[in-house]
Design a protein around this ligand. Sequence first.
Ligand code: DSN
Length: 442
Amino acid sequence: MAKLKKLDTEIAKLIELETDRQKNSLQMIPSENHCSPAVREALGSILTDKYAEGYPGKRYYGGNQIIDMVENLCIERAKKAFGVPFVNVQPYSGSPANFAVYLATCEPGDTIMGHNLPDGGHISHGWKVNITSKIYKSIPYHVKKDGYLDMDEIRKLALEHKPKLMWCGATAYVREFPFEEFAKIADEVGAYFVADIAHISGLVIAGAHKSPVPYAHIVTTTTHKTLRGPRGGMVMVTEKGLKKDPELGEKINKAIFPGGVQGGPHEHQISAIAVALGEALKPDFKKYGKQIVKNAKVLGQELVKNKVKIVSGGTDNHMLLIDLTDISAGRGVFLSDALDIAGITVNKNMIPQDPSSPFYPSGVRLGTPAITTRGMKEKEMKIIATWIAKTVEEIKKYQLPTEKEERIIYLRNFRKEIKVNKELKKISQEVLKFCKKFPLPK
Ligand code: DSN
C-alpha cells in the first residue's frame, strides 16, 4: 500500500478503514471469506494489464505466451481439485458462469427448473425478476417446512414439465444436497443436471460435503466463498456430461466467449484463482473445510440451547438460518442491524415459507467460513452463540409496522436506539477484544 498511500490518500484511507472493520468484527455472511495475502498479491499483479480474448493457444491478441501458461495452470488445478475432465475458468463470477450454461444447453423458450428464491435458491436459477426467467420457461421447486428439499414435488414437476435443464444449488440451504436423487430425476426426463456448488465448493474439495461430480453433467461454482479465492467463477463438465454430449465443453467455451456472456478474461483474477486452488489442494485445506462444518454444527446447537430458533433445527454445511417468526414476521432487518452494532456481520434473509417479503424477510443467514479461516473453533462458537442470543433478546420489543410508509420512520428510530443500546455496546467491546486473538490471514 506504500504507493497508494502516497498517491491516493482517499482510497488508501478507505481500504485501511475496511481492513479495520474486517479485523475488529466477526464476518459471518456465509458467502464471504478472508482469502490469503498470496491470493491478493496475484489479484493485484501486472496480469491485470493484459487482454487475452479467446482461450490458451487460440487468442485474438498477441503477447499471451505467459498468460496461456497461467490460465492452463489454473485449469489443471481445478480439474485435479474437483476430479473433472473439463473446466472453463474465465467466468467473471457465478451469474455469468450460470448464464453460459443456459446458452450452451438450452434454446430460448425451453423449460428449466430451479430452487425457488424465497426458499433459498439463487436468482440466476430462473427467479422471476432475472433475465433467465424471461428467456426460458422457469418452473421453481420448493423446500418443505422442515427445510429439506421436497424431492417428491421435484420429481412430480419434472415429469409434468419435462425440463431441458435442472439446477441443484442454493444460497440459503442448510442441508446436504441430494445430488444422486436429483440425477435420477433428471435422467428420467432426459434433462441436463447442473449442480451450482458456489457455496460449498471448498467443502466439496475438503471432503466435507458430497461431490456432485459423479451425478451432474455440469458443475458451476464461484471461487470466493468456502473455496477462499478471489471473486470469480468456473464451469466444469463431468465425464457424465461429456457422455451425454461430447461437444459440451466446447459449447461452454463458446457461450462464455464469444457467445455473449462476457469479453476479455480477467487473467489477474484467474491467476489468483490458481493460487487459491493450489492452497485448496494442500492437506491443510481438508482440515479447514471439515472445521467449517464442525463450527457451524456447534454454533447451531448452541443457538438452540440459547432458545434461538433455526431453520431445520441444525445444519449439514457452513450455514445457519435464524428463524424469527416466533417473535413476529419481517424482523430479519432488526437482528442483522443489531448484530452489526454488536460487531457481528450477517445478512437478513428469507426463510422457507416466509410470511414476509424479500426486503423485510423473517430470518438472518450466517455462517462459519471466514471465522474458521481466523482459527476459531468449537469453543469460540459457544461464545459467539451467546452474543447472538443476547442480541436476539434486545430486538424482541421491535415490531415491523404493517404499513409500508411507516416502516422507514420506524427503522430510522430503531437504528438510532440500537446505536446507544448498552447491551449491544458491551457485546461489541467483547467482540473487539476477542477478535484481537484471531488475526486475519497474514
Ligand atoms: N450473493 C451470493 C450469496 O451471498 O450467497 C450468491 O450469489
